[in-house]
Write a protein that binds this ligand. Structure first.
Ligand code: SIN
Length: 582
């Protein structure tokens, strides 16, 4: 494989910070993970700074349709939710992380209701619960029919506005975090960020803090077509990688089976048709009307997402087509309009009526199951750096995230992180560090990836050129062709070669949000492609045509990647204990 271990610079080229601010904790991102962390921390520490790349409600949370999964029904139990999550994760979940998720989840959802989130209720005033792929119980709470994320985001932002005059919490919008600041022991002590503003906080600045929480969401824009919003450019994962944090499971990218197909070449954020539509009885058919999920899996159209996506890709290939169809017509106009108002409206805007038309659908990128590796308190391997939500890898998702577990993960781990940081601050464990220009020592998790004769001296350093924003489509095309829904050694080598060539051709591009984002996409694309090339099997969201055998027991390992001091990316594999569930 070409350039098996890509080189990643220590930091992005950026102006020297022209201004400085400080806080106890900087939280980066304003989806469910970032907002919940900031609000909970605010009750416990003196000063929290929340920074977000555009405006508060632009992230992926806003777009979540289906809902939030939790064992809220008296007939359900955390043990059953645990079981379904482990099965969907294809043997690679961290059982401790999933146990925390499913046991703490119900209480966290009730707290969200108490905070003001208005979920859909039944005639008795109880939460209405529905089902999605991989769940054997109705356990998905939803709001506004299919606008769950929008309602959760609204409620959390309203709670933030209620404390907006509080000097202990500050929000900076239009603030792209460029890199992490570190002290002479590699401890994270703040961020550099670019603010599109006027007055004191304009251009590149430094926000010093005793802890940083990355809640920056996903990386969907590394592909040509995704359900993710334009802000999902992998910034947090890329910054953590450059700083020396280790990543896990990044090869496991979830492709959502039912994304409205808008024609070949359609790119950017694509319209999602929630799995909840199948949860209410819609089903997939091919162009001949054949229900191809029947008999393929005991849960048929509601099999876990990776199973359904793979079946669609196989059927499309057999028929030489680029889409299949979702049939929701039998659900009836009145039900569809009441239960899925946003989806119906969007489909109609685009010329399809779910009440009368078959909907053309095909898989598109939806979720990064891996990310910055964390423990059960959201701590990364770099002291002072935490990660929460899609940017993180707690191990909750394994090789394939169970539907509607993502909002829950953000919520549950935001609480854990806020509690951990406030306890450590109170114990004096997170002193404010002084940023230095180069890392002096290695965190042990990275040291394990490399021979220590490197001496810990940063030799790859600064000065590596940024990619011009115009290269973004080339990164996306290389990733989609080579590291997309279906991969092989050949396709991955071609992707790695294209990305290396793009990096090599980079010239002295002016630093700008566009060039920083595009370079972040390059770095994330390079490590994802490396991880996908290393894993020689098909499992969950990782499909290899040259290794079609599914869930090969020799690969019951987690792929760990990190940037070595010479700038190359190193890897190791970490065994995962057998789970007797599959
Ligand atoms: C969906 O509504 O199908 C998406 C929900 C999720 O990604 O968990």
């Amino acid at each position: 494989m070409a350039d098996a271990h890509p080189r990643i610079p220590r930091r992005l080229v950026a102006a020297v910070p022209g201004w400085t601010t400080s806080a106890d904790v900087v939280v980066v991102g304003s989806g469910i993970a970032g907002l919940t962390t900031a609000l909970r921390l605010r009750q416990r520490v003196d000063r929290v700074l929340l920074v977000t790349k555009t405006v508060l409600n632009e992230g992926s949370t806003q777009w979540a349709q289906g809902g939030i999964a939790a064992a809220l029904d008296p007939g359900d139990s955390p043990a059953e939710h645990l079981h379904d999550t482990l099965v969907a994760g294809c043997g690679l979940c961290d059982v401790g992380a999933v146990t925390a998720l499913v046991h703490e989840g119900p209480e966290r959802v009730r707290e969200l209701v108490a905070l003001g989130a208005e979920f859909d209720l039944d005639a008795e005033g109880e939460l209405k619960l529905t089902r999605e792929g991989g769940h054997r119980r109705d356990r998905i709470a939803h709001a506004g029919g299919d606008a769950t994320g929008r309602e959760i985001s609204r409620a959390l932002i309203a709670a933030l506005h209620r404390v907006k005059d509080d000097p202990g919490i500050e929000v900076i919008e239009h603030a792209l975090v460029v890199d992490l600041l570190q002290d002479d022991r590699s401890r994270v002590c703040g961020v550099t960020l670019h603010v599109i503003g006027e007055g004191q906080m304009d251009g590149v600045g430094a926000a010093l803090s005793r802890a940083v929480v990355l809640a920056t969401g996903g990386l969907g824009q590394v592909y040509s077509a995704t359900t993710n919003p334009p802000v999902a450019t992998g910034d947090g994962m890329a910054a953590a990688l450059r700083a020396g944090a280790v990543l896990a499971d990044v090869e496991f990218v979830q492709f959502h089976p039912t994304v409205l197909w808008l024609g070949a070449g359609s790119s950017g954020q694509q319209p999602l048709i929630s799995e909840a539509v199948r949860g209410e009885g819609a089903f997939l058919v091919d162009r001949d009307g054949v229900r191809f999920m029947k008999g393929l899996h005991p849960l048929a159209d509601l099999a876990p997402r990776d199973v359904v996506s793979r079946a669609i890709v196989d059927r499309m290939r057999e028929l030489g087509e680029d889409h299949v169809f979702l049939d929701a017509r039998h659900l009836g106009r009145a039900f569809l309009e009441e239960r899925f108002p946003s989806i119906v409206a969007r489909c109609r805007e685009l010329g399809f009526d779910p009440a009368t038309d078959l909907l053309p659908v095909a898989p598109a990128q939806h979720y990064a199951s891996g990310g910055v590796r964390t423990d059960l308190h959201g701590r990364s391997c770099l002291d002072g750096l935490y990660a929460c939500g899609e940017v993180s890898c707690t191990g909750v998702h394994g090789a394939n995230r169970l539907a509607s577990n993502s909002l829950l993960e953000g919520l549950v781990f935001a609480h854990r992180i806020a509690d951990d940081i406030s306890a450590r601050l109170a114990a004096g464990e997170l002193p404010q560090g002084t940023p230095v220009a180069t890392e002096q020592t290695l965190p042990s998790a990275v040291a394990e990836l490399v021979p220590l004769d490197e001496g810990g001296v940063d030799r790859a350093g600064d000065g590596v050129a940024l990619l011009d924003g115009s290269a973004r489509v080339q990164v996306q095309a290389a990733m989609t062709r080579g590291s997309g829904a279906v991969r092989s050694a050949e396709s991955l080598a071609a992707a790695a070669e294209s990305l290396t060539a793009l990096a090599a051709a980079a010239t002295s591009t002016e630093p700008s949000p566009d060039s920083w984002e595009t370079t972040n996409l390059l770095h994330v694309g390079q490590v994802l492609t490396l991880a996908a090339a290393l894993r020689e099997e098909t499992r969950g969201g990782h499909v290899r045509t040259d290794y079609p055998e599914q869930v090969d027991p020799r690969w019951r390992v987690r792929t760990i990647l990190g940037r070595r001091p010479d700038g190359t990316v190193g890897h190791t594999f970490e065994p995962v204990a057998a789970q007797d569930l599959l």
